[in-house]
Write a new protein. Sequence first.
Length: 149
Amino acid sequence: MTVIYRQASLADLPALATLFDGYRVYYRQTSDLTLARKFVETRLKSQDSTIFVANKDQNTLLGFVQLYPIFSSVSARSSLLLNDLFVAENARKHGIGKGLMNKATEYGRSKGVCWIMLQTEKTNSGAQSLYESLGYQRDKDCYYYYLTT
């Protein structure tokens, strides 16, 4: 299967919204295609994130990765939060996730970021294996805290 990795555009919105809805459902959210479409459309229009997609033809998206710019005050440099990685269930086990991760790394290097950060559920061993195979290291020094508002 020939796969093309490229930056998403508004032309991808219908297919990307469907994938994004699948991503949310994977994380135990109720399917809501309207919400997914609105969220992705806002990200694309405001350009406050960068989304790369994997596609096998003009209309078939296989997966996506979404990156948000953040900053490292200690390093005084830009960084990236790799917030979302998703591959459609029927496209898994074909290297699509690895290809999207490599595209994210290539993008980060081109932007001169000091690091790319991500998180995944403790039970997501498949994703953890992928990340570690690409050189990502589990943080052993910091705790992360969240405040739900």
